[in-house]
Design a protein around this ligand. Structure first.
Ligand code: HEC
Length: 97
């Protein structure tokens, strides 16, 4: 009986840890900060500048810091360097065409 309670406690804590970890993925950052203008990798403001088929993640991290053409600048407070890298890798992997 005691063993079962311990197992249940472990299961709950592992679940909570993975939820906290999930908050840090490229996908969740994208959904929180980018997808309002770039749903499905598109672009609702300038439909010619989509996120599709970008091969170099550095192009994305640069655009995050520089903005321009209707895209806001995201400084390191808005999107940390680590998060910018995560979201760039997510975009390259997800929106291939
Ligand atoms: C308020 C709307 C808005 C938000 C939010 C936004 N963008 Fe943009 N984004 C744009 C617009 C508009 C352009 C076109 C800019 C141009 O013409 O130079 C663009 C262009 C880009 C480009 C260049 C695409 C290309 O093919 O050259 C990248 C990369 C990009 N955005 C990434 C992001 C990422 C990553 C985020 C989230 C951190 C984000 N954007 C959030 C509006 C937005």
């Amino acid at each position: 009986m005691k063993k079962r309670i311990i197992m249940a406690t472990v299961a709950v804590s592992v679940g909570m840890m993975s939820a906290a970890f999930a908050a840090e993925t490229g996908e969740t950052i994208f959904k929180a900060k980018c997808s309002s203008c770039h749903p499905d990798g598109g672009n609702i403001i300038n439909p010619k500048e989509t996120l599709k088929g970008i091969k170099d993640p550095k192009k994305i991290t640069k655009k995050i810091r520089k903005g321009g053409g209707g895209m806001p600048v995201f400084d390191a407070k808005a999107v940390s360097d680590a998060d910018a890298k995560l979201v760039a890798d997510y975009i390259v992997k997800t929106f291939k065409k």
